[in-house]
Design a protein around this ligand. Structure first.
Ligand SMILES: [Fe+2]
Ligand SMILES: [Fe+2]
Length: 203
């Protein structure tokens, strides 16, 4: 469990903390945030399924990611229940600019090992940034119930971040993982810097 006093930026390696204005914007559009969040959880579950299908020969990956599918789907259901409480439908899936831009950085012409590593690291990065965003919500929202609501997600996604990093280091030399991870972090920093701060998106 992450303590409040620990700096998420340092734990997760993220190079740029979220713009402080984001929580205030998100608070105004919390209904939009719930819909976007619901789809983030759904995509996390489906991506884990895809990884299991694609890398079915990697025993540890299959074993470790199988329960994550259940967990992410549980997250989706929790957000869906929150929408229902507010008499809101799930709504349509939105264009995920953040993830689309991350995907552009994935190695397309690398070796199968490099592509495998990128698939794991992009997941680690999305988990890390999600964790950081949930931390901001869990600290910055006025509504105590919602602060607690997001705190649970924050703790869970922090664990997922660690899992994807650990899986990378299990299958790939540590030095290779560290080098590529540093490149991902630098790329994500630029992406966060250039992306518009908007209150209707988790990322
Ligand atoms: Fe999740
Ligand atoms: Fe997650």
């Amino acid at each position: 469990m992450i303590e409040d006093t620990i700096d998420v930026k340092n734990i997760l390696g993220l190079q740029l903390p979220t713009d402080p204005r984001w929580v205030n914007l998100a608070e105004i559009k919390l209904e939009e945030i719930l819909t976007d969040h619901a789809y983030c959880e759904q995509k996390a579950a489906t991506t884990c399924i895809t990884l299991i299908q694609k890398y079915s020969d990697r025993v540890e990956l299959v074993e470790e990611l199988s329960p994550i599918v259940t967990e992410e789907w549980g997250h989706f259901r929790a957000v869906l229940a929150e929408l229902k409480k507010r008499n809101l439908p799930l709504g349509k899936q939105r264009k995920d600019i953040y993830v689309n831009k991350l995907l552009e950085f994935q190695k397309k012409d690398g070796s199968p090992e490099q592509r495998f590593l990128d698939r794991l690291l992009i997941m680690a990065l999305i988990e890390a940034r999600s964790c950081e965003r949930f931390k901001r919500l869990s600290e910055g929202l006025d509504d105590e119930y919602m602060r607690k609501f997001y705190r649970k997600f924050m703790e869970s996604e922090a664990g997922h971040y660690t899992l994807f990093i650990n899986l990378s280091e299990l299958y790939m030399p540590k030095k290779m993982v560290r080098t590529r991870w540093a490149q991902w972090l630098a790329y994500e920093k630029e992406l966060m810097n250039s992306n518009e701060v908007r209150g209707d998106r988790i990322h």
